[in-house]
Design a protein around this ligand. Structure first.
Ligand SMILES: NC(=O)c1ccc[n+]([C@@H]2O[C@H](COP(=O)([O-])OP(=O)(O)OC[C@H]3O[C@@H](n4cnc5c(N)ncnc54)[C@H](OP(=O)(O)O)[C@@H]3O)[C@@H](O)[C@H]2O)c1
Length: 231
């Protein structure tokens, strides 16, 4: 059994739930969060592994809830803090069509709130641990050369990447590993049924990435196979 401990935020379903299961399989303890009222499957995982899985509640857009969680976890030490929560929008909605409210909701949930969380929880990560955010290959500006939709989602993940780079520059002497994870296109509620990867395949790869990059300082933008994604 490992003595490692992860905090995974946005773990009610999809990739977050898959990552929770992968780390539990590898013997880690996991503190996994969902939103109040979220109808996910975390409770079933808790039934199977007992006290290695602790459930918490937080909506990353609610600063009071985030601060309350930080207080509840004060004194805890994590080998991994991963902010996985994210949302998308109608695939073919362009910047010409999107409402201001949708644009703001994506930027808040996918860029500002994850980075606020990173700022507040950074000091709970062990010196050789990993501070990670689920980004996306869709956040790559270099690879954005074809019309594939999800324009606003892409922009929100690019903003997340840029903010993480600023964070990394501010903490250049910090030994902790910083990861922007690109899961591939995965069959979840967000990814849809046509996506090429199962949750298990993507999250097995992402768990390997976390374990492989642990102890390597600096910021790495990597996919589920461990390959660097061009910015
Ligand atoms: N699926 C893909 O192909 C793909 C590809 C690249 C990157 N990603 C990224 O991977 C991450 C997970 O995606 P997924 O495919 O697993 O999506 P999903 O099945 O839609 O799950 C999204 C998760 O985020 C949580 N969440 C959303 N807004 C939140 C908030 N304000 N506060 C706390 N939790 C919140 C959801 O909780 P509730 O259950 O409470 O709604 C749920 O647990 C996202 O960051 C996404 O952008 C996905």
């Amino acid at each position: 059994m490992s003595d490692k401990h992860a905090l995974i935020v946005g773990a009610s379903r999809g990739i977050g739930l898959g990552l929770t299961e992968r780390f539990l399989e590898r013997g880690w303890s996991v503190t996994a969060t969902q939103r109040v009222g979220s109808g996910g499957n975390l409770a079933h995982a808790a039934d199977r592994v007992g006290d290695r899985l602790r459930l918490e509640h937080v909506d990353i857009n609610d600063t009071a809830q985030v601060s309350a969680l930080r207080e509840r976890l004060d004194g805890a030490r994590f080998d991994l803090v991963l902010v996985n929560a994210g949302i998308t929008h109608d695939r073919w909605e362009t910047v010409a069509e999107v409402s201001t409210a949708t644009f703001e909701r994506l930027m808040l949930t996918n860029a500002l709130s994850p980075m606020r969380f990173v700022e507040q929880f950074r000091d709970l990560v062990t010196p050789h641990g990993v501070l990670a955010v689920t980004s996306s290959g869709q956040g790559s500006i270099t690879n954005n050369t074809r019309v594939t939709g999800w324009e606003i989602y892409r922009a929100s993940k690019s903003a997340l990447n840029q903010l993480m780079r600023s964070f990394a520059a501010r903490h250049a002497d910090d030994p902790r590993t910083l990861l922007l994870l690109a899961p591939g296109w995965v069959r979840t509620e967000m990814g849809g049924p046509d996506a090429g990867l199962s949750v298990e395949a993507s999250t097995s790869g992402l768990a390997d990435v976390v374990e492989t990059f642990s102890g390597r300082s600096g910021l790495h933008y990597v996919d589920h196979r461990g390959a660097t994604v061009p910015w």
